[in-house]
Design a protein around this ligand. Structure first.
Ligand code: G3P
Length: 223
């Protein structure tokens, strides 16, 4: 599958508003805003919600994690084939809240390529982004960990993280770069795109918003 850019990826994480019935409500809102604005919106949900959510909406649904395993004797891991059969079109990997050993990251990216699943690999800074670019994921998302979940956006407070990441990744391979952490407003999105990002990765600004539809619409319109 090919993911069009610019894109907004809404990571539902394990927020109560983004799991179980909350995930269903939120997914429908994301689908509605995607339709109304014509913008590309992808959602990433917990593995347990994948099947139900992907059957409910026609926007792409990603997993928040995927293990580098083949079918067989593994316990408690996310099998790529199972994620795909349950509706995943891609997966986030190496999120700040779910760091991966480098060999496992490489393995998951290569398993995703076999199954034509899109990979969005997170990195905390430009150097890490440059390093993981060697594995040629489909996207790299740079997120300064200290800004995640806060109210100060990466594009406003650390624009150099975005521009440095784009420049350093480009030296290795032509991989689109997303950015995230603290994104809350249309202004934040506009700034990120002006800096050269191909989209944003966002969680709390939508999932925990009082009015998620209004919040997402503002971001989508700025994309
Ligand atoms: O995966 C997106 C994320 O880590 C950013 O989180 O809450 O700062 O939008 P947030």
């Amino acid at each position: 599958m090919k993911l069009e850019t610019p894109v907004i990826i809404v990571n539902f994480k394990a927020y109560i508003q983004g799991t179980g019935s909350g995930a269903g409500r939120l997914a429908k809102i994301c689908e509605k805003v995607a339709h109304d604005t014509g913008k590309n919106i992808v959602i990433a949900v917990e593995e347990v919600d994948l099947h139900r959510i992907s059957s409910m909406v026609d926007i792409s649904v990603f997993s928040e994690h995927m293990d580098p395993i083949h079918p067989g004797a593994h316990t408690g891991q996310n099998l790529p084939e199972a994620l795909k059969e349950n509706g995943a079109k891609g997966t986030i990997l190496n999120h700040s809240e779910d760091r991966f050993r480098i060999d496992m990251l490489k393995g998951s990216i290569s398993r995703a390529k076999e199954l034509e699943l899109v990979t969005v690999v997170c990195a905390n800074d430009a150097d890490t982004a440059e390093a993981v670019a060697a594995f040629e994921p489909d996207f790299i998302a740079v997120e300064p960990p200290e800004l995640i979940g806060g109210d100060i956006s990466v594009s406003t407070s650390k624009p150099e993280v975005i521009t440095d990441t784009i420049a350093q990744v480009k030296k290795v391979a032509a991989i689109p770069v997303l950015c995230g952490a603290g994104v809350k407003s249309g202004e934040d999105v506009k700034k990120a795109i002006e800096l050269g990002a191909d989209g944003i990765l966002i969680a709390s600004g939508i999932v925990k918003a009082e009015d998620p539809e209004k919040a997402l619409r503002e971001l989508a319109e700025a994309l």
